[in-house]
Each structure stands twice: as C-alpha cells, then as structure tokens.
Design a protein around this ligand. Structure first.
Ligand SMILES: [Zn+2]
Length: 423
C-alpha cells in the first residue's frame, strides 16, 4: 500500500468498516488486540480512527518497564485501551515518528510534529509530541477534529446566557474575556463566538499560539517568537489592518494587555482568554500584569468563566434519593430556586453506549460578569474581592457552581460531577 509521510489516508470502505466495528471502547480494544500482529500501518489506523470515532481528544502511549500502555482521553478522562508488548511499541513508535516527521535517531529530547488523517469528507490534524521517559519515549497525540467545533447554541448555555452572549458578540467594541484553567473549554467557546461573528461584512483577524482549528472567512495568524511575531507585536500589526473583531489567544504580558485594551477602546471587538479561576479574579489578574484598573475597566464588556462537565448518558441514567445535607446545600446555593419538593437526584449507571462510565459528552458551566456602568464605577471605588462578588451577584450573576447545580436539577448531570469539577 502506498504510504506518504505526513498523512494517513482512510478510504471510504475502511471508514465504513471501522464505523461498523468500533462502537465503543471495548470494540476498539478488541479490534486492536486482534490485529496486534498485523501490519503496523493498519494497527495505527485502527487506533487513530478508533480514537476519532470515539470522540477522544488525545491518545497516550507510555512505555513502562514490562509493557506499554495505550490510553485515550474521552470527555476529559483518560481510559485504558490496551496494553502491548514493548517490542510492538518500538515498531509503533518509529512509524509514528516517521509519519509526523520527528527525528528517528533522537530519543533523549522532546520533539514535536504533526500529521493528518484524511477521510473522504474530513481532514483531521494530529499534533504529536514525544518525551524521553524512564523506559523509552512517551507519545501523546492530540486530535484536532474540525467537526468537534460547535456552535454557540451547542455550548450548553442557559437561555438567559445564550441571549446575553449573542448580544455581547454583536457589540462593535470592547473586550470579551473568557477565563478558566487549561482544558476548561475556553477555546471552544471563543471559536463558537467567531463562527457566529464571521460574516462577509465583518473582518476578523486572530493571533493564536498555536492555531488550533482553521475557520473559513477569517484571517488567522500564529505566534512565532523566533521570527519576532509575538502576541504584542502581532497584535500591533493586526490593529493596522483595520479589523472589526480581533481574537487574541491569550493575554500573558503587560504589553499585550495594553494593546488589547487600546484596541477595544478604539472601535474593535476584542476576544481573549486569561488563566483565572473565576470571573471576578480577572480584574486583579490584569492588574497584576501591570495595568491599572482605571485603564482596564472602561474597555471590558463581559468576563466569562467556565468549566466543562460530563453529561449523563441518555441511555442509562437513574435516580437516587437526596440526603438532608444535599437538600440544605441546594437551598443555600440556589436561593432563587424552590427546591423544597426535591426528593431525587440523577445518578450515573453505565452501559455499552457510554463505555460504562454513565456519562456521554460534555457541556460548559458558566458564570458571566457583565460590566455595566454601575459595576464599572463600583470597581473604580476599589472594592474588596468579596464586596465586588456580592455586588455582581446582587446584579444577577450566577456562579459556575450554581449553573452546574441548575444542570443537576434539569437531570443533565450529577451532583458528584459538579462537586468534582466546581468544588
Ligand atoms: Zn450509558
């Protein structure tokens, strides 16, 4: 079979075969194990296509002393696919290194590469990183499937938030900041915004590190420090291109913060992310970069904080009795909802459809801190963090945890999942 470095081609027949034979994690493990002695290219195809079909975000191959383990991440959780002999691992490793153009003879330093999987109607980029570990190189492959990009309507927003976000992205200027830790879905949210904003009459330019997904109708640029294209310098050039909307992948330094703020104040809608745990902390995070509040506040329209939670599997969930402590907790955390008649809570079960986890797919839980004039003036009076939070709640902000608990009441997820993700 013809092989090209840099890509794996999946024919229509192969795709159909894999779709029929890989329905869940168990069938992927079985198919892989059954073909363990077959041609390495075929074995890698099973693993890659299987991971794509199971909607996993990454594949991890880790060599241990006696064996090598292969795991995939689904809905944020790493799960074992299979264990293989180290001799097979070596063959898989060199084929993946070849495919992704890593140096075959280098195994004592970290390397990065990429290849793509080409289906008849989809092309998926795989980012490969290798890391020297105690018993051999560990490989992680990130799957960037453009089909995993979702629309604003699919983010899992409550109706009031969906309306609010739609309203905010229509504004001609100001900043929208999305915050949360790594893996909390910030990028997915921003891409959903961009998809909505992207229209012929709207010029959108991004600066990202790296570009994760390619979107039609917008100009995407990538940070390249070696060539002097940093977030700050890139953003400065972008502003000169007269865009309507600018996406700055991340604000990490004072200079970038300053240019972004300036752009937001001079007729551009600026979207960006910051690493903070909640919406309120974002102001002090920007201040810690060296920017003063009186410069930041006028520029910011809304700060969104988010996490991702797993949704209950639609085929197997059940109900359990609520405890008195839980009832008290709901009453305290959701004072604006009548939970007095609440007797049952959803619970996960597990079936073939959800690989026995009880969960299938993820959605976001959000808090949105809208900086209207009243709040802007209040922030400029230098309130305490708690004082500001209270004021925002008074004005209708619901917290990440509250949004999660509302999703428990709607039986979309479990209380346990909200506790795991949002404390
Ligand atoms: Zn299930």
């Amino acid at each position: 079979m013809e092989e090209i470095v840099g890509e794996i081609l999946i024919s229509k027949e192969e795709e159909l075969f894999f779709k029929e034979n890989i329905l869940n994690l168990k069938s992927l493990s079985l198919l892989f194990t059954k073909n363990i002695d077959q041609d390495i290219t075929y074995l890698i195809k099973i693993l890659m296509v299987g991971a794509v079909l199971l909607k996993s975000s990454d594949i991890h191959i880790e060599r241990e002393e006696e064996k090598t383990i292969i795991r995939i991440r689904m809905d944020g959780m790493l799960t074992l696919v299979t264990e293989i002999e180290n001799e097979r691992y070596l063959k898989i490793l060199s084929r993946i290194k070849l495919l992704s153009r890593l140096k075959l003879n280098v195994d004592k330093e970290a390397q990065d590469g990429r290849f793509s999987i080409k289906f008849e109607d989809n092309e998926i980029e795989i980012r490969v990183s290798s890391l020297p570990s105690e018993y051999g190189e560990a490989i992680v492959m990130r799957i960037l499937n453009p089909k995993s990009l979702i629309s604003l309507e699919e983010l899992g927003l409550r109706t009031d938030l969906e309306k609010l976000f739609n309203n905010e992205i229509e504004k001609p200027n100001g900043m929208i900041i999305v915050t949360g830790p790594t893996g909390s879905g910030k990028t997915t949210t921003l891409y959903a915004f961009l998809k909505k904003i992207s229209k012929p009459e709207n010029k959108v330019i991004t600066i990202e590190d790296p570009i994760e997904y390619h979107l039609e109708g917008i100009t995407q640029t990538q940070v390249d420090e070696k060539k002097g294209y940093s977030f700050a310098s890139g953003l400065r050039s972008i502003v000169r291109q007269d865009p309507d909307t600018i996406l700055v992948g991340e604000i990490r330094d004072k200079e970038t913060a300053q240019i972004a703020i300036q752009a937001a104040l001079t007729g551009h809608l600026v979207l960006s992310t910051l690493h903070t745990n909640d919406a309120i902390s974002t102001i002090s995070r920007l201040e810690s970069l060296g920017e003063i509040a009186s410069n930041i506040i006028p520029a910011v329209n809304i700060i969104i904080a988010q996490r991702l939670i797993r949704k209950l599997c639609p085929k197997c969930s059940s109900l359990r009795n609520i405890t008195n402590e839980e009832k008290e907790m709901f009453k305290k955390e959701l004072p604006f909802v009548d939970t007095s008649k609440l007797t049952k809570l959803p619970i996960e079960v597990g079936c073939e459809h959800c690989n026995n986890t009880g969960y299938k797919g993820r959605v976001g839980i959000f808090e949105a801190f809208v900086l209207d004039n009243e709040l802007k003036n209040f922030i400029l009076s230098s309130p305490s963090r708690i004082g500001l939070k209270e004021k925002a709640i008074q004005k209708g902000m619901t917290l990440i945890k509250q949004d999660g608990l509302l999703k428990v009441l709607k039986k979309e997820t479990t209380l346990e999942e909200i506790k795991r993700v949002a404390g």
